[in-house]
Design a protein around this ligand. Structure first.
Ligand SMILES: Cc1cc2nc3c(=O)[nH]c(=O)nc-3n(C[C@H](O)[C@H](O)[C@H](O)COP(=O)(O)O)c2cc1C
Ligand SMILES: C=C(O[C@@H]1CC(C(=O)O)=C[C@@H](OP(=O)(O)O)[C@H]1O)C(=O)O
Length: 303
C-alpha cells in the first residue's frame, strides 16, 4: 500500500483532482485473458455518477470511461490497465470564495501540505471514487464465482424506506444533510481467502471501506453487536461466520458501512444531500478489489 494505491497482487492506483481536466486509474496485476470492455466498466460507473436525481449532487458528469491500455481485442493482456474519465462540469469559479469547510479535508490538507488545490475538494473530493468503481469493475472479472451486492439500509437513522424521500426533501430545503448506512453482502467466496494475522480478510475489508470518503464506521458480520453479546447467544460464537480467524469460511460475508452526513451544507458549490446514497457502488468496488486481491494472494500461496 502506498499513498495513492491499494492492494497487494491486484493494485489500484488512482490520479486526478475533482476540478482538474480528468481523473484516472491504473490497475496492475490483473491476469490476462479476461473479457473487459468499456460498456462493462460503464455499467458500474453509471450507478455512482452524480447528476442523476434531486437526491444527489447536481454536478453533470457523464463519467464516460476510456480504456487506454492493458486490453487487446476485448481481453486483458496481463499488462497495466489504464482508464480515464474527463471532468466536464466542474465550474470551479463557484468555489472561489468558500471558507475551509469543517468536516471536509480543506483545513487538514492545508495544514499538512502547506497549500492545496482550492477547486472543490481537490484530491479529497469523492469524485476520486469513480476510479475505485472502475477498478472494482476489473476486480469483479477476477472473481466471477463471487456475487457482491450493496444497498442503502438506513438514512438519517430511519430503516423505513417509505420515509426517506420526505426526510431527504426536508434536509435539502433546510440546507441540511443526512447520514446513511450501506449493507454489502458477498456470496460465493470460497473457503480459504485471507490470512490468520496481518492480511486478515476482515481487517483488509474494513480498511478498504474505511478509506472511502465520509465513512466513519465499518462492521463485519456481527460487528459491534458482538461486543455486547454473551458467548451463549452470539451467532458467531455458535457457528462459523463469513470470516473466521481472518480466513473466509465459504459463508456469506456481510459488511455494514456508516457514511456521515455531507459536511458542505449551506455553502456554494454542488453537493450531495446524503453522500451514502451514492455509496453502494463504491462499497461494492472496494469489497471486489479486496476479494480479487485475496484470491490472487491465495493462489500464489496455496495454488
Ligand atoms: C459518493 C460520495 C459523494 C460525496 N459528496 C460530497 C459532497 O457533495 N460534498 C461534501 O462536502 N462531501 C461529499 N462527500 C464526502 C467528502 O468527500 C468527505 O467528507 C471528505 O473527503 C472528507 O473526508 P472524511 O469525511 O472521510 O473525513 C462525498 C462522499 C462520497 C463517498
Ligand atoms: C463530482 C462528484 O461528487 C462530488 C463529491 C464532492 C466531495 O466533496 O466529495 C463534492 C462535489 O463536487 P466538487 O468536487 O465539485 O465539490 C460532488 O459533486 C462525483 O462523485 O463525481
Amino acid at each position: 500500500m502506498s499513498i495513492n494505491s491499494f492492494g497487494h497482487m491486484l493494485r489500484l492506483t488512482t490520479w486526478g483532482e475533482s476540478h482538474g481536466p480528468a481523473i484516472g486509474c491504473v490497475v496492475d496485476g490483473c491476469p490476462p485473458g479476461l473479457e473487459l470492455d468499456e460498456p462493462w466498466v460503464q455499467r458500474f460507473l453509471d450507478a455512482r455518477r452524480p447528476g442523476t436525481s434531486k437526491n444527489v449532487s447536481p454536478r453533470q458528469e457523464p463519467d464516460r470511461v476510456r480504456i487506454l491500455s492493458g486490453t487487446y481485442e476485448g481481453r486483458t493482456t496481463g499488462t497495466p490497465i489504464a482508464m480515464m474519465i474527463d471532468n466536464v462540469d466542474a465550474r470551479s469559479a463557484d468555489y472561489s470564495n468558500l471558507p475551509p469547510r469543517p468536516g471536509h479535508a480543506d483545513a487538514a490538507y492545508d495544514a499538512k501540505y502547506g497549500f492545496r488545490d482550492p477547486r472543490g475538494g481537490g484530491r479529497a473530493s469523492a469524485r476520486e471514487t469513480a476510479m475505485r468503481v472502475a477498478g472494482g469493475a476489473v476486480a469483479r472479472l477476477v472473481i466471477p464465482e463471487v456475487n457482491i451486492a450493496a444497498a442503502v439500509v438506513e438514512i438519517g437513522g430511519e430503516q423505513d424506506e417509505s420515509r426517506w424521500e420526505e426526510m431527504l426533501d426536508e434536509a435539502r430545503s433546510g440546507s441540511d444533510s443526512l447520514g446513511a448506512i450501506i449493507e454489502c453482502v458477498a456470496t460465493g467466496v470460497p473457503i480459504g481467502w485471507g490470512a490468520p494475522i496481518y492480511a486478515k480478510l476482515d481487517a483488509e475489508l474494513a480498511a478498504a471501506c474505511m478509506g472511502i470518503n465520509a465513512v466513519k464506521g465499518v462492521e463485519i458480520g456481527e460487528g459491534f453487536a458482538a461486543g455486547r453479546a454473551r458467548g451463549s447467544e452470539s451467532m458467531e460464537a455458535k457457528k462459523a461466520s463469513g470470516i473466521d480467524g481472518g480466513i473466509s469460511t465459504g459463508k456469506a460475508i456481510v459488511v455494514r458501512v456508516a457514511f456521515k452526513p455531507t459536511s458542505s451544507i449551506g455553502i456554494g458549490g454542488r453537493h450531495d444531500p446524503c453522500v451514502g446514497i451514492r455509496g453502494a457502488p463504491v462499497v461494492e468496488a472496494m469489497v471486489a478489489l479486496v476479494l480479487a486481491d485475496h484470491k490472487l494472494l491465495h493462489r500464489g500461496q496455496c495454488g
